[in-house]
Write a protein that binds this ligand. Structure first.
Ligand code: NAD
Length: 284
């Protein structure tokens, strides 16, 4: 079995991004800028937002972290996002999830202009993905999974690919990308029955259910490739995925580790998406 380590392909993407960032600066006499909005006090969000800001700086972008209090209202958040939409110095922006209280229920996906929507929640960006538009801006984690498969020369066309999970940020765009790459796709979710009958016929399984160390050997076909998107901190403080990695080691042919699998790819693609937004905006 090979470990599908995300660091080498993520570094490759970040090196390419760094070159494009420099080229953009030379041609346009300004920096590319990413803004990350963090509302509330979730410790996990703090770690993720800081990481995004640090990597953006590493590749030569400007990055701004806007931290809003837990009590922020929908109107306040919307006003900020509209201001950022209209700010010509901002190229990409995102609101870190999860959000406190009832903010999660607000249509925030409509408040970020599609041109700067690096997380790709806007219906316009989801639509261009569905149309298989080569210029589509694509959600970071699923796009990162495709890049991971490509880096390790795992072909997708004609294969049976199963995605566990149907969230808008991972599961749904993941299935669409696999379909766009000519896989035969199966999507299972919390209401699916007899899941293992479906995962067992898949050559590639992308697991994004958000259940710590839940999926073991019996779920997967011998020699299939398993991409574990899940990330959790166990009670003992260890970072684990959705799969029981120890059970899969002598069973599957490829497995992405947690950590250092999909995680680095997500951040690298976020930077790639930000550059893409900047380049598209100056072109149009
Ligand atoms: P989510 O909670 O929004 O969605 C989980 C999905 O799993 C749902 O669609 C649900 O129907 C499905 N599901 C739940 N229980 C199931 C079961 N028993 N069988 C089959 N399907 C089931 O989560 P999400 O935002 O899609 O994230 C999924 C996981 O991936 C989480 O652990 C999250 O932390 C992780 N994640 C990691 C990265 C990364 O960069 N590594 C990025 C995004 C999300």
């Amino acid at each position: 079995m090979i470990w599908l380590n995300g660091n080498p392909p993520a570094d490759k993407i970040l090196n390419e991004v760094e070159l494009r960032v420099q080229k953009f600066k030379t041609s346009n006499h300004r920096h590319i800028k990413l803004v990350v909005v963090w509302v509330g006090n979730s410790e996990a969000s703090k770690v993720y937002t800081n990481k995004k800001a640090v990597i953006a700086k590493q590749v030569g972008m400007l990055s701004e972290l806007i931290h809003l209090p837990e009590t922020t209202t929908a109107v306040e958040l919307k006003n900020l996002l509209v201001k950022l939409n209209n700010d010509p110095t901002v190229d990409g922006m995102l609101v870190q999830r999860p959000l406190p209280g009832t903010l999660e229920l607000e249509p925030i996906h409509l408040w970020i202009t599609p041109e700067k929507d690096v997380d790709c929640f806007h219906p316009y960006n989801l639509g261009t993905l569905m149309r298989n538009d080569p210029e589509a801006l694509v959600s970071c984690t699923p796009k990162g999974v495709m890049a991971l498969l490509d880096f390790y020369s795992i072909s997708v066309a004609g294969k049976n690919a199963c995605v566990i999970g149907r969230s808008l940020i991972v599961g749904r765009p993941m299935t669409q990308l696999l379909l766009n790459a000519n896989a035969t796709t199966i999507q299972v979710h919390s209401k699916s029955k007899n899941i293992e009958e479906l995962t067992q016929i898949a050559d590639i399984v992308v697991v994004a259910a958000g259940l710590p160390e839940y999926f073991g050997k019996k779920m997967f076909k011998k020699d299939s490739v398993v991409i574990d998107v899940g990330i959790h901190r166990s009670n003992s403080g260890k970072i684990v995925g959705d799969c029981i990695a120890d059970e899969l080691i002598n069973h599957v042919s490829g497995l992405s580790p947690v950590p250092k699998g999909v995680g680095p790819m997500t951040i690298a693609v976020l930077m790639q998406n930000t550059v893409l937004c900047a380049e598209k905006r100056v072109k149009n």
